[in-house]
Design a protein. Structure first.
Length: 376
């Protein structure tokens, strides 16, 4: 967490923390493991009333944030959600809301966007494709062909977060003119959504198939053939939020592991008093602070529209992706036998960090992206 939060951001943090502790404790996360959607729509609407879905949307479109720096305010919420591995379509809904606010047509802004902001509707961002590059734009395998009255979409997107319960799908597709995004109602004929199994107990993913699904011209978001820059910006938003959430999860695990090490006695001494464990905790604390710093640096750069935003986002995704799972695995070992039981909560955090590590690009893929971003 940044040390220089404004009073308004501190209020957002504290309000979100209390709300999650009361309405979505870890016991509720366990209960929702068997729920098809993985979250409660009523609970999601209540979270939206706290501004969770409005901060990337301008005030004139029904959104707004406490400081005016929407992403920086939203990462405060994301970190708190990570601390309790909260359910809900947090990242995809915010990404789609941002896209519609920036490039949606009048119909999108008048009907779909207000419902997303109010928590009455859910949207999923269909980006990844099976067996393809993790961020397809020009080479997207899902294609869109012009017809007399609109477009026909064909192909498969997978994995797609929140698609199972989504009302709308924002689809990245390839057209003859170039990459284009389409807002497709989930119930459109020719669209089928196949749930996938997820390591995370409350994160739901699916395979979305488009079998000559017909959509009108009004489904286009932005300009035909010019979605590459929009998709890149949406990806940076997703990475900033995901990194913040993962850091919140790791911070929480580190805190309760240190507490356990002081409470647990071995041969008449607290576990934390042993020199070997002190070194391990010191190393982890260093890595944790670096995770905080890289996540904050990425969010600052994306918010400011910095030329270095893509590079810093990939630095954060690569570093946090590697360190988060390694740190939580180490904390599992420090808990001893209880750390590998279903009853202990630490596996909930490991599941979240592991899924986040693979969503929107793995650490290896982000290091490859960094290499491509370096000047020749």
């Amino acid at each position: 967490m940044k040390l220089d939060l404004s009073p308004d951001q501190e209020l957002v943090r504290d309000t979100t923390r209390r709300f999650l502790a009361e309405r979505s404790p870890l016991a509720e996360v366990r209960r929702l493991a068997a729920d098809p959607a993985g979250y409660d729509r009523k609970w999601w609407r209540q979270g939206s009333e706290l501004g969770w879905t409005a901060m990337l949307v301008p005030e004139e479109l029904g959104g707004g944030s406490v400081t005016g720096d929407g992403l920086l305010d939203l990462v405060v919420v994301a970190e708190e959600m990570g601390r309790l591995v909260a359910p809900g379509p947090f990242v995809p809904v915010n990404v789609v809301a941002s896209a519609l606010a920036a490039a949606g047509n009048e119909d999108h802004r008048a009907t779909v966007l207000p419902a997303l902001v109010a928590g009455e509707s859910v949207a999923a961002w269909c980006l990844a494709e099976p067996g393809a590059a993790w961020c397809p734009t020009d080479n997207a395998r899902v294609t869109a062909e012009r017809t007399a009255g609109g477009w026909v979409l064909s192909g498969t997107k997978s994995p797609v977060e929140a698609a199972v319960d989504a009302d709308h799908l924002l689809v990245v597709a390839r057209t003859a003119e170039g990459p284009t995004q389409f807002l497709v109602p989930a119930g459109t004929p020719g669209v089928s959504i196949v749930p996938l199994r997820s390591l995370d107990l409350v994160r739901r993913f699916a395979e979305v198939r488009f079998e000559r699904a017909e959509v009108p011209d009004q489904a286009v978001v932005g300009n035909v053939g010019r979605a590459a820059a929009d998709v890149e910006h949406q990806l940076l938003l997703a990475l900033a939020l995901q990194c913040a959430e993962t850091v919140g999860a790791v911070d929480q695990v580190f805190s309760f592991t240190v507490e356990y090490a002081f409470d647990r006695y071995s041969f008449g001494r607290p576990l934390a008093s042993y020199q070997a464990l002190k070194h391990r905790f010191a190393d982890m604390k260093t890595w944790l602070e670096a995770c905080h710093a890289t996540a904050a640096g990425a969010a600052d750069a994306v918010q400011a529209g910095s030329p270095d935003a893509a590079r810093l986002a990939s630095v954060a995704a690569a570093y946090i992706g590697d360190r988060s799972t390694a740190m939580i695995q180490d904390c599992v070992q420090l808990h001893g036998g209880i750390g590998v039981t279903w009853e202990h909560d630490i596996h909930l955090y490991l599941r979240r960090a592991t899924v986040n590590r693979a969503t929107y690009g793995t650490p290896r893929q982000h290091r490859e992206r960094l290499a491509a971003l370096l000047p020749a």
